[in-house]
Design a protein around this ligand. Sequence first.
Ligand code: CA
Length: 231
Amino acid sequence: MSQTILIVEDEVAIAQNLCYALATDGFTPVHVNLGQAALDMLQSDQSKIALIVLDVGLPDLNGFEVCRRLRQFCQTPVIFLTARGDEIDRIVGLEIGADDYVTKPFSPRELVARVRAILRRQLLPVAAETPLDQVPERFELRADEARIFYFGECLTLTRYEYLLLKTLIERPNFLFSRAQLMDLVWTHAANTMDRTVDTHIKSIRAKLKLINDQDDPIQTHRGMGYSIALA
Ligand code: CA
């Protein structure tokens, strides 16, 4: 599922370039010219927006003020676009709740890479956080042998199936988005798609089912991703 990125920028050429770069990379860009328009949009439904790209120099409210106001009701990540060095001092020095900044002129590709990096860091906890060394009880991970056991039986997995299942069982209860799984598992592969993850999950499920057809430990979160429960 495509994530929506809100661009708050009054310079049309910059906004268009950014929208194009984000759409090319699989995001859904939404563009507004004014700070107040961004605040109104977030106030009506902030859950739709995955990340905000916020220009500091806007015609109505400046970006710092927009960020200060939106932090009162939402924690959506913010990347500032800034044109001047002294603005960077304010972003870095003051705790205005920005996640990153980019100075103009910038390459849209670089900004898209920053967007990806921030979204990747946001692992969504499904339930209470669990210690990382705890794998779900019916699994046994022997990382040095690159093997995973399920109810005591060794699974025959392809390289990517192994890496995918390992990623899920090493962080039980964490909801991984498809994009996160692609970044973590298919680190060197170009042109992977959301469907790649789904296809591999399907084949892992089939292999788990051969050993125990009652358990079905991989949970699908519609439109969001996958997780494995600890117990
Ligand atoms: Ca501007």
